[in-house]
Each structure stands twice: as structure tokens, then as C-alpha cells.
Design a protein around this ligand. Structure first.
Ligand SMILES: [Zn+2]
Length: 173
């Protein structure tokens, strides 16, 4: 969850929990194009409170990347994360430590906790993560339309053609 333009003066924004930040953003009109909307963030936090429990922890009290950054992805992947979360919630031991885009794919890490005693649960988790990552690689991270992996020198992102053009236009001086 990036600090939106115009919010730099809110020096304590970063010290708030992900849940508090989403509440603040939901009450404002500020929104970054490459960030998930506050309404989507709140929907996921309320649907899967155990999976995303780090969202209620102040970043200063927790090393978790999720407590720091929340959902560090664009809104186009909301449906993928929503469906993935249903499947991950089958294992109550799973708590998200970090969720982000990495090399053009959805990547999720978990907090260290008691490992599941049921190997079938671990298998189901791995399958759910693989399928979500695979789907993310062909879904525009900005708008959710079918996209392709756009590879530049040090950067891979998944964009549909219109969103790719907007990215290029923005990069011009
Ligand atoms: Zn798009």
C-alpha cells in the first residue's frame, strides 16, 4: 500500500496498521493507479481476518512485510487473491507474511508457525499458490483484463495493451 500523492504530509501514515490505512484511504479520494483500492483491501481483510491478521498489527511492532506494505499489488489481481484466500483459509495455521508482485507473478510468503500436520493440506496450499501465480502471469495487474508479461531491462510486469501504453506514456519526460 503505497503512500498516495498528496499524503506525504501525513508523516505517520506508515506507522498505522494496514487496516487503519485502508480505512483512511477509503474515506478519501486518493488512490494510486497501481495500488489495490481501499474498498478491495477492506473486503479481503474482513473476509479473511485470520489469514491477513498482520493487517491489524502496527508496523513498528512487527517485522512482517504484510504489516508494512499490505497487499503490494495492483487491483487487477483482486479476484485472483480473493479466490486464493478462500483456499488458503482451509489451513488456519497460514498467516500471510508478504504478498507482492515479483517478476510479473503473484508471490506469497507465510509467517513461521506450527506447520500443518496434514500433508494433504500442504499439498492443497501449494496447488492453490501455483494456480494463482500462473493466473497472475496472464492477467493485467492494473485492470484485470487478459494481459501479457511485458519484459524490459530490469522489469517484468503483466499488462493488457491499453495499460501498457499508459505505462509507456507516463514514462516519457
Ligand atoms: Zn489493463
Amino acid at each position: 500500500m503505497k503512500i498516495p500523492a498528496g499524503w506525504e504530509e501525513y508523516a505517520d501514515f506508515r506507522s498505522k496498521t494496514v487496516h487503519e490505512r485502508a480505512k483512511l484511504l477509503a474515506a478519501s479520494s486518493k488512490q494510486d493507479r497501481l495500488d489495490m483500492t481501499a474498498a478491495h483491501v477492506l473486503a479481503l481483510l474482513e473476509r479473511y481476518p485470520l489469514l491477513f491478521r498482520e493487517a491489524w498489527v502496527a508496523p513498528t511492532n512487527q517485522a512482517s512485510r504484510f504489516a508494512q506494505d499490505g497487499f503490494d499489488i495492483g487491483g487487477g489481481w483482486f479476484d485472483i487473491v480473493d479466490r486464493l484466500s478462500v483456499r488458503l483459509s482451509a489451513d488456519p495455521n497460514l498467516h500471510v507474511w508478504q504478498l507482492k508482485e515479483k517478476m510479473g507473478r503473484l508471490t506469497v510468503y507465510f509467517c513461521d508457525s506450527a506447520a500443518s500436520s496434514d500433508p494433504r493440506l500442504d499439498e492443497a496450499t501449494d496447488a492453490a499458490l501455483d494456480e494463482a501465480a500462473e493466473e497472475s502471469m496472464r492477467t493485467c495487474e492494473v485492470c484485470g483484463q487478459p494481459g501479457i508479461r511485458d519484459k524490459r531491462r530490469h522489469w517484468i510486469s503483466v499488462r493488457c495493451e491499453p495499460c501498457r501504453q499508459i505505462d509507456y506514456a507516463k514514462r516519457k519526460p
